[in-house]
Write a protein that binds this ligand. Structure first.
Ligand SMILES: [Zn+2]
Length: 213
């Protein structure tokens, strides 16, 4: 973990919005702008995807990001690479210390398989991604959803290589901050999951801020 606070003051942000749990968000962060996600109440999971705003066929690549930094977790200094191996975002501050690259987004299908058949109709991140694109960026859709980052989520890997969905390591007010290295579209589902401890069974709001360069 590499904890590093930011010097940026929320009072000087150009953009400042609170996103309740269960809702989606998309926004283009311009090259040089700094984007912060705040875990307002702690232990929230923030499912996030990044795209080249000019050509969304170039998007965040978990495989390239993990291989090039030789680590499965994200924290200060991590460079979020695209499918073209260009840098979309660089994490410049982090007071949580660990963010997941492997757990993926919850979906109606995975909720049924993991928990119970009647969980199919529960609110989930995949549907939030699709609804957000359909209403805010209709040129994108199902084909654009790939392996996402889960900010603030704790998915430790066992010595045998197993994945665990554990209680979070984040806390109220912790944040992660990243600088856009190109014009980047951010797509977020603020996870509504109630069946695993990724958000302590209590989905809570996040705060999203952008500073100009
Ligand atoms: Zn989710």
């Amino acid at each position: 973990m590499t904890l590093a606070p930011s010097k940026l003051d929320p009072k000087t942000a150009a953009f400042d919005e609170t996103l309740p749990s269960g809702l989606g968000f998309t926004h283009v962060v311009k090259k040089g702008q700094v984007f912060r996600i705040v875990d307002l109440e702690g232990n929230q999971a923030v499912d996030t995807l990044f795209y080249n705003a000019d050509d969304p066929t170039e998007r965040y690549s978990a495989v390239d990001t993990i291989r090039e930094q030789t680590n499965i977790y994200l924290t200060t200094g991590s460079r979020l690479l695209s499918t073209e191996r260009r840098v979309l975002m660089t994490i410049v501050a982090d007071t949580c210390g660990r963010h997941d690259t492997l757990g993926g987004a919850c979906a109606a299908e995975s909720n049924q398989v993991r928990y119970a058949i009647e969980k199919k109709y529960m609110h989930n991140c995949r549907d939030t991604f699709l609804l957000t694109l359909a209403t805010r960026c209709a040129t994108m859709g199902k084909r654009d959803l790939t392996a996402n980052i889960n900010f603030f989520m704790n998915v430790p890997v066992t010595p045998e290589g197993g994945l665990k969905f554990d209680d979070g390591v984040s806390g109220p007010g912790r944040y992660v901050e990243m600088r856009a290295e190109m014009d980047v579209r951010v797509l977020i589902s603020n996870c509504p999951q109630l069946n695993n401890p990724c958000n302590a069974y209590n989905p809570t709001p996040i705060r999203l801020l952008v500073w100009n360069s």
